[in-house]
Design a protein around this ligand. Structure first.
Ligand code: F0G
Length: 438
């Protein structure tokens, strides 16, 4: 095995499989987990005070059988995130049922924690002195926190600039060696690939297949939260393109084990300025990928040469999902609309709702279909973006001029800039009346 988690012969990424489950119908299936017993066990664990049972990842440890000693898993009680109804957003796009699985409600504020607890526990068990990642900010925040908990040293490579303040702050707060390289995310990945060949550091980017094992557990949570029913459609943002594949694996395994009876469509949404998968599926049917020079204000997904594109292309194609791209204006409006429901998320997460609007308009999602948006990061990750939006300074003049009439109206209605007032009740009450008249 190479330190970069690619097969030395075919150069493809590894995937964790569990032959003893005999999912393909071979053997007698005697080692296969029993679905009704598992559901009961997992439900029972929700009442347990044991640390491992309080983790929304390790609660499902029968489907994560790769640690020698699961009791020594490094956990911050990740997972167990809420599935919120989104009635206003549903009505706007004409759906009966729309939910958001809010992965921003994890301990470090993003979905990365579910994968990090899994892969960092492997690094800890194998006694690596250092863990490392290249990141647009969330992986590094998660890795820094879990490494600190485990007493391991963490090396973070992030692009200079273009990382939201909340994320950079986390990395240094948790004590990682944080290197801002004068390049973009794709450049950081290239540098790290050389480092792992030259030093005993354990790579925790999502090419690490154990990351995907942890990241499949939100699929289990969604099914459990829906009474072991599966929604018709799951929509995720696409950056380095591991998450769509991880959730697809989770849904696939659940069906193969008899926990659920079907697999949802998995759709992936990219920013227009960072759309290599969208282009690959459109031009080459997902058979090859041309890297792009990525640029988007949704910095989490500012990635031009995604590592796991084959895995995610397969998840989309096998489940009958779609890949869409959305503009900077569409992302900004969608994010404000999610915020206005009292939910909030970071810009990269909002591409899911922006993409859903497009899929509904194209007739690819019908009114009666149940849809779950995976919101990958917390709104506090990138407060600067939010403040700029509400103050009207986020979009350029050219971007604003390109808005259609209904988008202009949305922008006007959504913007709630803070107002500077004299310290008197008269001033505040005048403002209150003016707002009521609006
Ligand atoms: N949403 C957020 C908030 C992210 O941080 C990321 C990726 C994605 C979506 C895309 O997920 O890469 O699995 O397609 N962030 C990585 C990082 C690249 O370094 O934090 P993906």
């Amino acid at each position: 095995m190479s330190a970069g988690f690619r097969c030395l012969q075919c150069k493809e990424l590894f995937e964790v499989i569990y032959p003893s489950w005999e999912l393909d119908g071979e053997g007698d299936g005697s080692q296969r987990p029993n679905a009704p017993a598992l559901r009961a066990l997992w439900a029972e664990r929700r009442l347990s005070a044991a640390i491992l049972n309080q983790s929304g990842v390790w609660r499902f440890r029968e489907l994560l059988p790769f640690l020698d000693d699961p009791e020594r898993a490094v956990t911050l009680r990740e997972g167990n995130t809420p599935l919120y109804a989104m009635p206003q957003c549903a009505q706007r796009v004409g759906l009966d049922s729309l939910h958001a699985k809010h992965q921003g409600m994890n301990p470090t504020g993003s979905f990365k924690d579910t994968g990090m607890t899994a892969a960092l526990s492997v690094a800890h068990e194998k006694k690596f002195p250092w863990v490392a990642c290249a990141s647009t900010g969330n992986t590094s925040a998660a890795m820094a926190a879990y490494a600190a908990r485990a007493g391991m040293r963490a090396l973070v490579l992030i692009p200079d600039g273009k990382v939201a303040w909340g994320k950079l702050a986390q990395s240094v707060d948790y004590g990682a060696l944080t290197c801002q390289l004068k390049t973009d995310f794709d450049g950081c990945v290239r540098v790290l690939a050389e480092i792992v060949e030259r030093a005993p550091v354990y790579l925790l980017n999502s090419v690490n297949p154990y990351r995907l094992e942890g990241q499949k557990t939100p699929a289990l949570e969604i099914a459990e939260q829906m009474g072991w029913q599966v929604p018709d459609h799951i929509i995720v943002p696409g950056g380095n393109l591991a998450n769509g594949a991880a959730l697809g694996k989770g849904f696939h395994e659940m069906r193969a084990l008899g926990l659920t009876d079907r697999i949802p469509r998995i759709s992936v949404i990219q920013a227009e300025g960072a759309n290599p998968l969208y282009t690959s599926l459109l031009k080459y049917n997902g058979e090859r990928l041309e890297p792009v020079q990525a640029n988007t204000r949704a910095t989490a997904i500012r990635i031009g040469n995604p590592a796991s594109w084959r895995k995610t292309a397969r998840a989309i194609q096998e489940t009958g999902g779609y890949c869409e791209q959305v503009s900077e204006q569409e992302i900004a409006i969608a994010k404000a609309e999610i915020g206005a429901e009292g939910i909030g998320c970071e810009p990269a997460s909002a591409v899911t709702y922006a993409g859903l609007k497009k899929l509904c308009a194209q007739g690819k999602v019908r009114r009666e279909e149940s849809v779950v948006l995976v919101l990958t990061g917390h709104t506090l990750k990138d407060p600067e973006y939010t403040i700029d939006f509400h103050r009207g300074t986020l979009l350029t003049e050219t971007e604003t001029a390109a808005l259609n009439a209904s988008e202009k109206e949305s922008l006007r209605k959504l913007a709630k800039p803070p107002v500077l007032l004299e310290p008197s009740s008269d001033a505040v009450l005048r403002q209150l009346e003016a707002t009521e008249r609006k």
